[in-house]
Ligand binder design. Structure first.
Ligand SMILES: Cc1cc2nc3c(=O)[nH]c(=O)nc-3n(C[C@H](O)[C@H](O)[C@H](O)COP(=O)(O)OP(=O)(O)OC[C@H]3O[C@@H](n4cnc5c(N)ncnc54)[C@H](O)[C@@H]3O)c2cc1C
Length: 526
């Protein structure tokens, strides 16, 4: 890679950078994507996992007659359809129910969610409907029944965010994009005051080198301003991070695979409880914050979520019931003269500096494709090269989703795997499970933890095909165990590190260091 020249260097391997890498590569640009940690280690693995138009924005659109909020919902719903279509192994539809305790709320919430569905038009995932008290009690046996009047059920999308970023990057790589994790951009090179290259620190080897490029795209989320300032110290900040936490609980709260949506908490937020990887995911909060790599879920925020759950459930929920918790930072674009993060714009914002640094910030996971299209459109205009293609990501099927599930099931049947293992492989790797078959034949069917259907063979696959370099790359972002069960992750850590020691030829000291670093993150905030 050293001394090579690229058309575009993309900084940041989260939703935004990964989407841009695929779009630009498919159009014919020669691209390099650099991520300073693991792919999706930032905000993009810490979302609520919803592929959605945003019911909250719709309420704001109706209440304030704000067309831009309405457009945001409409665009989100279009993109929701595309994500479900282009990556069906990672995204699916879910149903969410809102239990209501006041009669007048039923028509109000129903009208809002009916409109939400109406806006999605032909891309609707299912009709919104009213559900009776008895049905709600059947779906959520633990929900409080005193005063319960009924509820509303609607459809939305859910997805595996960390693996979605990976699928985008693998799809880009397949078409010629070079992608590197643990590669930090530390400076720019200039010719005639225009950026002509980037200085990169390889965090694995500590080597520093430069590559030449015609353009640099800054897709670094909450770190957007530090990259803008690396280019021009005098610029004002455009990103104001806002933190949101999640907790994960046992599935007993959502035994029937339907989610629960609380439309308005004490302070006017929306709260979700979603079925996620066999557990119950609860989130989220919205608090002003500052850029940091591994934010920790604050105890007050955890208490806030538990307090609201206690309002809706008759089971006593304690802090010790929490299997895992994590915090993410939204890269919100800041509006001047506002100190309310809930009032900040969720839309994306693209800026081109005098030296040709293109920065993109804001948006949400669901709109990553449109954000990429808008960014690469700008570059395509500047390049003005007739050999470049137009954007073609609207219907581009991602790696892992190109063979139908029946065919994969047939192949996996021959391995005589337990049902939960087959499901895990298909939901995690999609058609790439076929490649894993070879690894299972070579490395066996040993699990990394007795309670979870994750195989040791997948670590070898991860190293060879999924850029795994450290234990938590595998445990948190490739198989998601760290997000759903911290104790099981700690118990699996040393075994996973041992396989990586073998793969990378680590010394005992390096093995110790890597394991300790991972354990510290698991204790302090992944
Ligand atoms: C609590 C919460 C819940 C959310 N829920 C949803 C949801 O349900 N649905 C939805 O659609 N959206 C949701 N979002 C929004 C969504 O997650 C974000 O908008 C999206 O993940 C942002 O992606 P990004 O690529 O811009 O940022 P990031 O994922 O943070 O990626 C930026 C990357 O740049 C890297 N980087 C920084 N500096 C450098 C450097 N110098 N060199 C190399 N790399 C660098 C970072 O390490 C990082 O990985 C949620 C967000 C939060 C916080």
């Amino acid at each position: 890679m050293h001394d090579k020249s690229y058309d575009i260097v993309i900084i940041g391997g989260g939703a935004t950078g990964s989407g841009i890498a695929l779009d630009a590569t498919l159009r014919g640009f020669k691209c390099l994507l650099l991520e300073k940690n693991d792919f999706a280690e930032g905000t993009s693995s810490r979302s609520t996992k919803l592929v959605h138009g945003g019911v909250r924005y719709l309420e704001a659109a109706v209440k304030t007659l704000d067309k831009s909020q309405y457009d945001l919902v409409k665009e989100g719903l279009k993109e929701r359809y595309r994500i479900l279509h282009n990556a069906p192994h990672l995204a699916h539809s879910i149903t969410l129910v809102t239990p209501l305790y006041k009669w007048y709320e039923i028509p109000y919430i129903y009208a809002g969610l009916f409109l939400y569905d109406l806006i999605s038009g032909k891309k609707s995932l299912g009709r919104t409907g009213i559900v009776g008290k008895k049905q709600i009690m059947d779906i959520f046996p633990a929900v409080k029944k005193d005063g319960l009047k009924g509820g509303v059920r609607y459809f939305d999308g859910a997805f595996n965010d960390a693996r979605m970023a990976l699928a985008l990057l693998q799809s880009a790589k397949e078409k010629g994009c070079i992608v590197r994790n643990y590669s930090e951009v530390t400076n720019f090179k200039y010719i005639d005051q225009k950026i002509s290259g980037v200085v990169i620190k390889d965090k694995t080897s500590e080597e520093v080198y430069t590559v030449n490029t015609k353009f640099v795209i800054n897709a670094t989320g909450i770190f957007c301003d530090s990259i803008r300032k690396m280019d021009d110290e005098s610029v004002h900040n455009i990103v104001e991070p806002s933190s949101g936490i999640h907790i994960v609980l046992d599935k007993k709260f959502l035994p029937n695979n339907e989610g629960l949506m609380i439309p308005k908490t004490q302070d006017g937020r929306v709260l979700f409880m979603l079925p996620w990887m066999g557990k119950c995911l609860v989130g989220t909060t919205d608090e002003e914050s500052h850029p940091q790599e591994h934010p920790k879920a604050d105890v007050r925020d955890i208490e806030y979520l538990l307090r609201h759950m206690r309002k809706y459930f008759s089971i006593d929920i304690k802090e010790s019931d929490i299997l895992s918790s994590w915090c993410g930072l939204r890269p919100l674009v800041s509006l001047k003269h506002t100190d309310d993060t809930k009032g900040l714009v969720r839309e994306h914002y693209i800026e081109q500096s005098k030296s040709n640094l293109i920065s993109i910030a804001g948006g949400k996971w669901t709109s990553y494709r449109k954000m990429a299209e808008d960014t690469v459109d700008i570059l395509q205009k500047i390049f003005d090269d007739t050999k470049l293609h137009n954007c073609c990501t609207k219907n581009y099927i991602l790696l892992g989703s190109r063979i139908n599930t029946e065919h994969i099931k047939e192949k996996l049947d021959k391995l005589e795997l337990e049902e939960d293992l087959r499901t895990h492989l298909i939901q995690t790797y999609g058609s790439q499970s076929l490649v894993i078959v070879d690894f299972i034949q070579k490395f066996g069917k040993e699990k990394i933890h007795k309670n979870y259907p994750v195989l040791k063979a997948e670590i070898y696959y991860g190293v060879k095909h999924e850029f795994v370099k450290n234990p938590l790359d595998f445990l948190v972002r490739r198989v998601g165990l760290g997000l759903i069960d911290l104790n099981a992750t700690k118990e699996s850590l040393y075994g996973v590190a041992l396989v990586l020691k073998e793969c990378f030829g680590w010394s005992d000291e390096v093995y110790d260091l890597k394991s300790k670093e991972a354990l510290k993150l698991l204790n302090d905030g992944i």
